[in-house]
Design a protein around this ligand. Structure first.
Ligand SMILES: [Zn+2]
Length: 453
């Protein structure tokens, strides 16, 4: 297995790093802000040794109000550091990034704890943040939105080369160019990426919808990617071969043994949200769904005996690193069954087969990618709620169930949550364009001209 050289293909702007940092770095941003505040407090001889340390909840979201309050009076300080202008600028940029990504409480805390850096500029931004927070409206529409993809085609000339797989790729896959073209169109339509696990909750054995608050007119959008396994059959067909993590914690794609930032949905969406934080509600990105029979993320961790000891360890470590980096950057991970066997598609799966399938995913994949409540059904299959095979999934923790349904219904019932998804692939865009147009955009605007006619 090639291990890929770490060739940087994209320069990360140093100067605007603070402002442009994706929400993976929001935590760091807040920390930096606190450190900044501390520096100034120290310089103003208002040193407090009992500054509450920020507490974090899981994921990318800094907890609310974690910086506490600072009752110490701000005193004029003749020894304000020479670089205070620059520090204030950084503070403003950090708060602005938080504001754009709807981290209102965090932005308010940062600005209110600005110490000697506070002035009319920081006050104006503080007022703006408070106004925007107060202007949020409760989303009352029962229609939620969930689109999904498979791993993107990076090189259409290889995917659509006329071999026996080309027709399948044309139906079930989306190209990098198409996906990139969709993002501004979705944003223009008022969509904001939203964490599906924040749409419903399980309380005392019953599920219920959670309140969603967004700016007026905005709509919550969930994105998922199925089969992020980089199967052997895709080799040489113009796809990435695995995921990895760069030095800054970004999830990257490995394409032709080189690190790239646009080899699949994840790094492309990460980069887009860095540039357009307003497209994501508090850092939400989407759901990465994986099977198990070919390992995870391109690492064949369920075929370990085929590899030498060092490669085995490397694959296991990489799988964990990628999963951790995904979760830290706003992604969820979902079970997409272990086998993806046709017995799911035909709904002939027996209790024994399901026990084997789900058992292997829970036993051999979950330990490396983490636990999940999300089941993205293979082939988009759905079961009757009383079907014992559906109950088996719910009873094993998968109470968020996502079939394929172009109308994208979402509802809670008993102890589970259902959310239908629409595939924005060649099949839908070429043959059922109205399903896309009525919610999102005209697929003709994005269809890749390199697709087979
Ligand atoms: Zn699948």
């Amino acid at each position: 297995m090639a291990r890929g050289k770490y060739v940087r293909h994209r320069k990360i702007g140093r100067t605007i790093a603070m402002a442009a940092l994706a929400l993976v770095a929001v935590v760091a941003v807040v920390f930096a802000g606190i450190a900044l505040g501390r520096t100034l407090k120290n310089s103003a001889k208002l040193k407090k040794t009992d500054d509450p340390a920020p507490t974090m909840q899981d994921g990318v979201q800094p907890s609310q109000g974690q910086t506490g309050t600072d009752p110490a009076p701000v005193q004029p300080d003749p020894a304000l550091p020479d670089n205070s202008m620059q520090l204030r600028q950084e503070l403003l940029e950090q708060a602005e990034t938080l504001r754009k990504g709807y981290f209102y409480d965090e932005a308010i805390a940062l600005l209110e704890n600005g110490g000697d850096l506070k002035n009319e500029q920081t006050d104006a931004l503080l007022q703006q943040v408070k106004q925007e927070k107060n202007a949020l409206v409760k989303y009352e529409d029962s229609q939620l939105y969930h689109i999904f993809f498979h791993s993107l085609i990076v090189d259409p000339s290889l995917a659509f080369d006329g071999d026996y797989k080309a027709a399948g790729y044309d139906q079930y896959m989306t190209t990098v160019d198409e996906f990139k073209a969709m993002l501004p169109l979705l944003q223009e339509e008022g969509y904001i990426l939203y964490d599906m696990t924040q749409m419903a909750e399980l309380v005392d054995g019953k599920t219920r919808m959670k309140e969603i608050w967004l700016p007026e007119g905005k709509k919550p959008l969930v994105v998922s990617i199925d089969d992020v396994n980089y199967y052997d059959y895709m080799t040489g067909d113009g796809f990435a071969t695995r995921l990895d993590v760069d030095d800054e914690g970004n999830v990257v794609t490995i394409v032709n043994d080189e690190v790239t930032y646009d080899g699949d949905v994840m790094p492309i969406l990460d980069a887009y949200v860095k540039e357009h934080p307003e497209f994501s509600w508090r850092g939400a990105k989407g759901i990465v769904a994986i099977t198990g029979y070919a390992g995870a993320f391109g690492y064949r961790i369920t075929d370990l005996p085929d590899y030498d000891e060092a490669t085995q360890q490397w694959m296991l470590r990489k799988t964990e690193e990628v999963a951790k980096a995904l979760r830290a950057t706003g992604w969820q991970i979902a079970c997409h069954s272990y086998t993806h066997n046709q017995y799911w598609n035909k709904k002939t799966i027996t209790a024994e087969q399901e026990q084997y399938d789900i058992g292997r995913w829970l036993g051999e994949i979950a330990p490396y990618v983490g636990d999940t409540n999300i089941f993205i059904s293979p082939f988009g299959v759905s079961f009757d709620k009383d079907d014992s095979r559906f109950r088996y999934l719910v009873d094993h923790g998968f109470w968020m169930y996502c079939p394929v349904d172009s109308k994208m219904p979402s509802y809670c019932k008993d102890d589970f949550f259902i959310q239908g998804r629409i595939n924005l692939d060649g099949l839908t865009m070429k043959h059922y364009p109205e399903r896309v147009t009525r919610f999102f955009f005209d697929p003709a605007q994005v269809l890749d001209p390199t697709r087979p006619k």
